[in-house]
Design a binder for this molecule. Sequence first.
Ligand code: UGA
Length: 439
Amino acid sequence: MFKIAVAGTGYVGLVAGVCFAEVGHQVTCVDIDEEKVDLMKSGNSPIYEEGLEELMKKNYVAGRIDYTTDYKSAYKDADAIFIGVGTPEQPDGSANLSYIATVARQIAESIEKDCLVVVKSTVPVGTNDKVEQFINDFLVNDVKVEVASNPEFLAQGSAVHDTLYAERVIIGTESKWAEELMMNIYEPFHLPVVSVNRRSAEMIKYASNDFLALKISYMNDIANLCELVGADIQDVARGMSFDERIGSKFLNAGIGYGGSCFPKDTKALENIARQNGYELKTVKAAIDVNQEQKTMLYKKASKRLITFNGLKVAVLGLTFKPGTDDLREAASLENIPLLLEQGANIYAFDPVGAENFAKVYPEGHNGKGRITYVANIEEALEGANVCFVFTEWGEVKAVTPESYKKLMRTPLVFDGRNIYEVDEMGRAGVEYHSIGRKE
Ligand code: UGA
């Protein structure tokens, strides 16, 4: 078993750290935020992720994981240091590498024995070469440092499961020593490992995420055409899914992809291509389709209603997908300002995302409109003139067509996630608009 330090306790770092501890490694998670470190020491997770807190508690009690702001003590004798800090998008679409650089500098100044530095954060191709050079330039002690790439493929909401039972582990190394150490660290997970060079590993991450984004945008594009020619996107997707070359996953049309990954990684790869004098046409198309798609529901509703001014608007779901409290790049953030600008009186329900949303749009007056956060769906629907579904939470899926009919003043529903049957809604007397299906 190895002594592992993890830099950054966001989704990537914290989940990786906890899972390394779970398989038996000795882990120290480092973060600059003292409050967050105290919270984690008391067994609480700073992020909402199924199963994470239980594993944090279990491994903390077993003495296999600790949390600290003292990076020096965590890094100095680690066998491997995993970097999981953020690489946020910059205004030009490129990735901001300043957090990685800060950690790299701290590592260079702290390590007292040979060490493998592993970059888990999603970084532009070639970054690992630069990180290795950077660390060596600033190294204080006479030790060997190498950098390996180990991109992360977890999805929010199933992060722990995705890590412990990953479909593959990608390791990108430039020496036998680094490759063997990585193999040994991952050995207790018993997962398929794909070992490639560093640049290929970096590219696998972008190519995978952008391919999935492309798949979603493609289905959204086809969905929009389905509406025009009278086909049904769900039937089309079902028919396509039997072809194993296409597969059955990520074929759901809707109001576009959100989250911290697809929007960022599509723009980043497009930017990398541009920097290299190449135009990545397919990824560019995925980005363009997604941008249009996000306000598709608002556009549809605007065609149907003269105004939203003074209307009670029920909003079901705020997060970019179910199972997370994350709002980054969520469709709700594009549609709600448009509704507020029109003077809508919004009643929003989200089982975990409302608190975060209220930080951006506080309860009460917001410009010409109003927003109220409600703890149950009935309260949102009661007397509403129109309802928007932005996230397919289980609670939202469970609402029956009859409830819409009974509770709303006018049963008019715009569903961005295609969660109800068109015919059932029609039979219950609900006017139902969704994506790529019969109106
Ligand atoms: C995504 C990838 O799925 C992970 O494999 C990857 O590791 C992660 O990014 C990352 O780079 O860190 P995540 O952003 O958590 O994970 O969420 P997804 O479940 O992939 O959903 C992304 C967005 O696509 C959501 O807004 C979702 O609603 C949308 N989506 C997904 C669709 O619109 N249709 C689909 O069929 C599937």
